[in-house]
Design a protein. Structure first.
Length: 350
């Protein structure tokens, strides 16, 4: 007669031990309300304008990280992406000089303004990897840096007297540079992306695409896509985070045709048909960075800035940060990391 309560306790204990699977984001259902015809103008349509004004006052944060082997033009490409010298802070450095080699993870902040919209852009430049004799666990400093930014945000969030606007240093986008070998991805690339894809939005790009013919480029893109799929590496935009059919259609096209973007970066301007263009000069002509016939740089820029920037931020907050936050609180017994001892212990573990 007393077996029932004991069994239920055991069942409860077992259910507590089983870790919860990673939840997919909830897609909000469309309301099934009846359209009401208004008898006069109310002003509901001004909500968008109100939001625009408020957002323009506060501005935007966007943090982009570049990762890849040495010599693939990571810093140059970011400069090209934002049409300014954003990958180096030194005011003495100019376009004619060679960009110095990155030797440590360095975050450089800028405020970019265009059409009255201000964006606080942070570029996180990482040292090239794969040059050492032993490249084991070379992704760890980068993964640690990404997690440290989540930890900073979490500590601010759980403060009793928290700031009205928490500074956001979380990495919203990671451009992963693939060497244009034309063969296949290196084991190091696969291992690196496997680890990073769990904590950040990865966008794979084939660097220096002008070193391949059009046929080689198409074949290489297909091979890279296949290898990522076979190895279970998810890159942004992830399939399970498509919110509706419109998103799915748009993102499927990007996943199946554009990814990985084959790009060429350049800080230098040349005169072509009476116009100044960013490009690379070769013995047989000028490769125009923004010309779609020459490379896919314009597609990458449109994707990162003009169509998916807000979504990159939302996926970072709702998926990657939430995953980190849930794990951190779970490891801490459900308590927020507020005490000094907890902070010191965690920093010594990182």
């Amino acid at each position: 007669p007393c077996t029932g309560p004991v069994e239920s306790k055991n069942e409860a204990a077992m259910s507590e031990m089983v870790p919860e699977p990673r939840q997919k984001p909830v897609v909000p259902m469309k309301p099934m309300g009846i359209n009401t015809s208004l008898l006069g103008y109310i002003g509901i349509d001004t909500i968008i304008e109100q939001m625009r004004k408020k957002t323009m006052k506060t501005g935007f944060d966007f943090n982009i990280m570049v990762v890849g082997q040495s010599g693939l033009g990571k810093s140059t490409l970011v400069n090209t992406l934002f049409k300014s010298q954003v990958s180096r802070k030194s005011s003495g450095w100019n376009r004619e000089e060679k960009i110095p080699k990155t030797v440590e993870i360095k975050a450089i902040g800028h405020v970019i303004e265009e059409g009255g919209v201000k964006m606080k852009l942070t570029v996180i430049d990482t040292p090239g990897f794969g040059d050492q004799i032993n490249n084991e666990n070379c992704w760890e400093p980068i993964e640690k840096y990404i997690n440290e930014q989540y930890e900073k945000f979490l500590k601010e969030e759980v403060n009793i007297a928290r700031k009205k606007r928490i500074p956001d240093t979380r990495v919203h986008c990671c451009l992963y540079f693939i060497s244009p070998t034309g063969h296949s991805l290196r084991p190091l690339d696969l291992e690196f992306m496997k680890h990073l894809s769990k904590v950040v939005n990865i966008i794979p790009v084939i660097a220096k695409a002008d070193t391949m013919t059009l046929e080689e480029k198409t074949e290489f893109k297909q091979r890279v896509r296949k290898e990522l799929e076979v190895n279970g590496i998810e890159f942004y935009p992830q399939k399970e985070f498509d919110e509706d059919l419109e998103d799915k259609t748009e993102n499927d096209k990007i996943r199946q045709e554009s990814m990985p973007f084959a790009v060429v970066g350049s800080d230098k301007e040349y005169q072509v048909n009476g116009k100044r263009v960013l490009g690379r000069k070769t013995p047989w002509g000028i490769i125009e960075v923004e010309n779609l016939n020459h490379c896919e740089f314009a597609l990458l820029r449109d994707f990162v800035i003009r169509t998916h920037l807000q979504d990159l931020k939302e996926v970072t907050h709702n998926i990657h940060y939430e995953t980190y936050r849930a794990k951190r609180l779970n490891d801490n017994g459900g308590l927020p990391p507020m005490t000094v001892e907890t902070e010191e212990n965690h920093e010594s573990n990182l």
